[in-house]
Design a protein around this ligand. Structure first.
Ligand code: PEP
Ligand code: MG
Length: 326
């Protein structure tokens, strides 16, 4: 089966009735990079920048960051690479930034932390911009956004970094990066209309969105059975997000783990998502599954999943639909 799944590399990523879906890569660890290009993806949908920050006992310098980012951008030269700004706090501690909080997932994390430390944010954006010069494929993604003010302030800082670097380099190849916002805090779903005009795209972090919608700590084994992105409430939220973004004319992709699960990818495509980002080891099987699904059949599957009363019912509907698709 593995052989069969891998043989779809290079073939169009589309349903049996011709609906195209873009697959992008979630990338964080530098170590696995050797074979990433063989996966035949449309680009990098989420580059998690925190790894280089966590592997040191101090903040990486601007030139250290630039070097790392350049390698990533150049490896996918010609394809878009979405780099997320530092997303520490919550479950990702930085030993040299003391973070001790009673409720770290509701605390100082993601964009909240970097907007309180604009010097960290600016250095990171400057490094990304410098690294982007040759390939011009950088897109910047803001994590854990809760409000329109955070978006405004982040954009102001990104513009500041752009003008600084542009002045220093004096190279007219430097382009303004596209800017996107992660949808992972439920309140943002009701703020999309106030944010959309300021940004180029949205990307849904289903890992955190599930945790916050269901009020279940994503790392607490005691309640692990309650953490499930197939919960009908989560599915309705995902459908609403797609409908709102479509009405606002903004592209939206999914970069949480749900997009890399066969049943998750199936339901997302059924809702109308056409851009999924996932870990390297999920790319081949998701391509294979999409090539075996008929978008026309998925309408009924989605309607049933959205009518389900329980997570268990959703799982049964999904398993059956995957079996029917072969
Ligand atoms: C998410 O929350 O779904 C996400 C993609 O980001 P992370 O897992 O890094 O928090
Ligand atoms: Mg997240």
């Amino acid at each position: 089966l593995r052989q069969k799944i891998m043989s779809a590399r290079g073939l169009p990523i589309e349903t049996t009735d011709g609906v195209p879906v873009q697959l992008h890569l979630n990338w964080g660890l530098n170590t696995e990079r050797g074979w990433l290009n063989e996966l035949d993806v449309n680009g990098v949908g989420l580059y998690r920048t925190e790894i280089p920050f966590m592997m040191r006992d101090r903040l990486p310098s601007e030139s250290e960051q630039e070097e790392i980012y350049r390698q990533v951008l150049q490896q996918f030269c010609g394809a878009p690479v979405v780099m997320r700004t530092l997303d520490v706090g919550g479950d990702k501690p930085l030993p040299y930034l003391r973070l001790h909080e009673e409720n770290p997932f509701l605390g100082w994390r993601g964009i909240r932390l970097t907007l309180d430390h604009p010097e960290i944010f600016l250095v990171q954006i400057r490094a990304m911009l410098r690294a982007s010069l040759d390939c011009n494929n950088l897109q910047i993604l803001l994590p854990m956004v809760t409000s329109a003010e955070e978006v405004d302030e982040s954009i102001r800082l990104i513009h500041q970094a752009y003008y600084e670097v542009s002045d220093e380099l004096g190279d007219d190849r430097l382009q303004q990066p596209q800017i996107g916002v992660m949808i992972e805090v439920p309140g943002v779903i009701y703020q999309l209309q106030n944010i959309a005009s300021k940004v180029d795209f949205f990307s849904i972090g289903t890992n955190d969105l599930t945790q916050y919608l269901l009020a279940v700590d994503r790392n607490n084994s005691r309640v692990a059975n309650l953490y499930d992105a197939f919960h009908p409430g989560v599915l309705h939220a995902l459908k609403a997000i797609l409908d709102r973004c479509t009405a606002l004319g903004k592209p939206v992709s999914v970069c949480g783990e749900l997009a890399g699960e066969p049943g998750g990818a199936m339901l997302l495509v059924a809702m109308g998502y056409r851009d999924l980002s996932m870990n390297s080891y999920n790319v081949d099987r998701i391509r294979w599954i999409i090539r075996h699904l008929a978008a026309a059949d998925l309408e009924e599957v989605l309607a049933r999943a959205l009518r389900a009363r329980t997570v268990e019912e959703v799982h049964q509907i999904v398993v059956l639909a995957l079996e029917n698709a072969g």
